[in-house]
Design a protein around this ligand. Sequence first.
Ligand SMILES: Cc1ncc(COP(=O)(O)O)c(C=O)c1O
Length: 358
Amino acid sequence: MTIYNFAAGPATLPDSVIKQIQDELPSINGSGMSIMEISHRSALFDNIINTAEQDVRDLMHVPENYHVLFFQGGGTGQFAAIPMNLATNHKRIALLDSGHWASRAGDEATNLGYQVDVLASTKDQHYQELPHYDEPISSNQYDYLHITTNNTIEGTAYHKIPQHGDVTLVGDLSSNFMAEEYNVKDFGLIFGGVQKNLGPAGVTLVIVRDDLVKPVKHIPSILNYNLFVKKNSMFNTPPVFNIYATGLVLKWLKDQGGIAEIEKRNKQKASLLYDFLDDSKLFANHIKESDRSLTNIPFTTGDEDLDKQAIQATAEAGLMNLKGHRSVGGLRASLYNAMPLEGVQALVDCLHNFEKQH
Ligand SMILES: Cc1ncc(COP(=O)(O)O)c(C=O)c1O
């Protein structure tokens, strides 16, 4: 039986990448040493990290005046790093509260002593649509506006970035990084853990405009953008294996035709499931149509017990990790870049059968 993994992250990776890692694990580039044993100060690793950076630049058309940095600590680490590095002027941040992770980012900044103003929230709508704020947002008032481009738990996404006046825009792309096209130039900073679309957990990608990187006192070195720029992301020991594996996924993505092509496929995959759900008399997705995510699709029968049975039926068919997040319930299918169309078809077939039986 073919197993398809619909987990929200860590998530499915391309089969060819797993195979390549397996083949190369005992000896990287004929060195007789495993990538897990290689010094980050070696020429071999220099080549790996520099190639990964260049591939990020090529794939996202990153302009020259942006840095591409590799951190540890996940998206959560960046919830702290971003205010510490960027909110140095007003110590005041604007936020669009589109769900759990946006809210967590706000809580972390508040906890660190920054003022966080939630300009709009759709909490009262159970985050089933995206918040928008129509007034201009001024850089005279705020250091930046924080948005979450894709809301992993709730299943919404800003396919077009919201208006934000002249304020610096910060985007949490954790769950749709390179799954759909965004213009890097629209943002001052974008970030996300790679463990959904781009690699194994352990690497956090940050792309930041040069003028936002400045010396800041009294912040931890491992979250200091200025130091990481100076040290080519190797201020301390980086996650060597994870950067290597991420590099392989980036190469795979290039081989697939890049982000434009993968976005086309992601739309096809998402439509297949949404069309089924919209026609279904048993299952439904409750997200406002224009705000629906391509990568995370929550759905439910509306009956907890029946949802449980559906999860059981999918697991028996080799369709794994479809249980919805505890805050939303129901089921959730994460259709990241490495999920093939056949996997989504298998899911739709299984749900269709389940519906016939119930
Ligand atoms: C949108 C979003 N932001 C942030 C995070 C937190 O990331 P991490 O677990 O890498 O700290 C997640 C995790 O799923 C996420 O989905």
